[in-house]
Ligand binder design. Sequence first.
Ligand code: NAD
Length: 260
Amino acid sequence: MLANKTAVVTGSTSGIGLGCARALAEHGANIVINGLGDTDAIEKERAAIEADFKVRCVYSPANMLKGDEIANMISSAEKEFGSVDVLINNAGIQHVSPVDEFPIEKWDAIIAINLSSAFHSIRAALPGMKQRGWGRIINTASAHALVASPYKSAYVAAKHGIAGLTKTVALEVAEQGITVNAICPGYVWTPLVEAQIPDTMKARNMTEEEVKKDVLLKAQPTKQFVTIEQVAGYAAFLCSDTAASITGSILPIDGGWTAH
Ligand code: NAD
């Protein structure tokens, strides 16, 4: 399905992004992975994508806090592979705190990484997609693009923002063979979710089990974490020709969370 195409997946050294990178590689795309982490561990994941799926995979260390590094990541990918056909804006961080105690630098970082980085990458990747008349842009939003939870002001603001960016860009390129959508997962068991448990325990005075059951999965009627493979499969579907009419959509995959 994606042979001779190239996908850039931001924040793909871990969790959902890595799952998406591997799912697109399985469909034949060459891949640019990106994200922070231990150099040896990243190299292992990069080499595994090449070995498992017989595609090419390169790593970009671009920091999603920095617009110039993001633009360079896209132009380097175009030089290396000839095109960027699929862009998944997935890098994200979280911080849990009451709004009146929210650290200002955390607010700025969350807005930059979870929202502005997608503006920078889309801005850089669109001209090539328009030239070729084909493109798929998928923004990893969240159920928090549709509803809020207390103590997550920056994250919820950024995710609602990315929903607005998704719809706007979709309208701008609707006649040019490019679709732009946001996937909105409920809780997926990844390092991002694991890492917020201690702060939530503190903010709500709860045990770890109480946080999982009464905070995280309380909102999710299935009482199951969404899996990385389910989100990655959804992203791969959005890259197919069958999905060509899905654009500007804010798509929940949340075990029923946003149904109530
Ligand atoms: P994760 O922590 O496993 O992965 C986050 C990725 O972003 C990592 O590769 C990390 O290195 C990268 N990253 C963070 N800061 C970066 C920076 N400055 N520059 C470059 N890369 C950076 O988390 P995840 O759960 O897989 O989250 C991926 C996306 O999915 C995020 O946008 C998150 O908001 C969203 N999401 C997650 C869940 C969930 O329950 N896990 C639910 C809804 C939405």
